[in-house]
Design a protein around this ligand. Sequence first.
Ligand SMILES: Nc1ncnc2c1ncn2[C@@H]1O[C@H](COP(=O)(O)OP(=O)(O)OP(=O)(O)O)[C@@H](O)[C@H]1O
Length: 445
Amino acid sequence: MTATIDTNIPAELISLLDSFPEPKILLDEHYRILAANTAYRREFGSNRKIVGSYCYELSHHYDKPCDQAGENCPLRDSMENGELNRVFHVHHTSAGREHVEVEVVPVRNEAGNTTYFMETMHFLRHAHGGVRDHEMVGYSRSFNRMLELAKRVAARETSVLLLGESGTGKELVAHAIHDMSPRAASPFVAVECSGLTETLFESEMFGYEKGAFTGAIGRKIGLVEAVRGGTLFLDEVGDIPLSLQVKLLRLMEAGTYRRIGGVEPLRADFRLIAATHRDLAQMVRDGSFRQDLYFRINVFPIPLPPLRERTEDLPMLAERLLARLDPGRRITISKEAMNRLLNHDFPGNVRELRNILERASILADGNTILPQHLPADTSKTDKTEKGAEIIPPQAPPFNEILPLEKLEKRYLAWAAENFPGDRKTLAEHLGMSERTLYRKLRKPD
Ligand SMILES: Nc1ncnc2c1ncn2[C@@H]1O[C@H](COP(=O)(O)OP(=O)(O)OP(=O)(O)O)[C@@H](O)[C@H]1O
């Protein structure tokens, strides 16, 4: 098979296009396709006429160019600046809707004039279909923008800071960045920073030598050593106490460390991705986060949108999560139940959605999730799933100004004491993981 030929395009160029495995087309300045290679026809053609069609018709099913439909258009940008331009789009391909990085480069003649534009599409398979656990689902603009940033930075060594509420998928994105990076063949090591004490931090991160302290019966390799050439993911970096922040900074600045009880300095080799749900800039102003460390980790911040700001993704997310939870069962969600989900705030984001669906799929005897299978708080009432009333919280004593974190802890302690169900259900109602709930309750004042 050879590329579809437009008679004005030199034959060598056509055969060159066909030698690439990824979809490529040549375009004129009116968005018209002049030639397409086999990979493009496989992904976008499906028996449609390609040469002479407009690129936006085939890839977006639009009737006008992307830039007139509120999106960035790399072709328009290349016409304006004469350079290579890349954007992230969601395209309709033979596999359905897919995240695609679209690259356009002007092709010039001997006189240096642009004669046409070459467009190449790279698929982001980490967000492909969402059938496997590590695949991200989402086609909304805000989600797509986040993916674009992740894809752009992945190839670099730059430190990344993922900013988002609990359950927005920070660990998933960190993993995707690692998988798209040159370090993909080396380990991805995640460190949960909240609750780390000084001794634990040092022994976990740096390891120790045999006999370094009572109980050190053999040498232990630390996480910094285990990550060897890979990616170190520091989850909840804002929870690292000040005394430990300096140790982390030293590690990053010097690039060396010692096992506890060891004399030999070891070279650290990792790419750092940190994540937090906290406002680190505010913490720097409050003096609870070191400014120098903040500058080190906040090189490339990526905000993750909360689920309530991308509700257009909810139906597909729900469908894919259900398919993952119970692959053999073809369970669907009734219109009423979906409406309730669409009106819910999801403080626990995708994790909360997943928990709600898991519970609903257990409660549903048939193959349809109905409103009665959803937790009561999605209908804004305050009943537990057991039907027991939760006594509403006393109004907090507003005669003192409390840091929000302290107020949260008091509220959680109250909820843990008064909630009639178990901790797992309470965590679900609160929109956080059980682990996060335990961590927050255990956290010293
Ligand atoms: N876009 C998404 N598509 C599919 N699943 C997702 C998506 N985002 C999150 N999830 C799922 O939601 C759950 C929570 O994700 P993850 O642990 O990455 O969130 P997080 O932001 O790191 O949470 P926390 O801050 O509480 O650690 C996981 O089961 C994950 O697979």
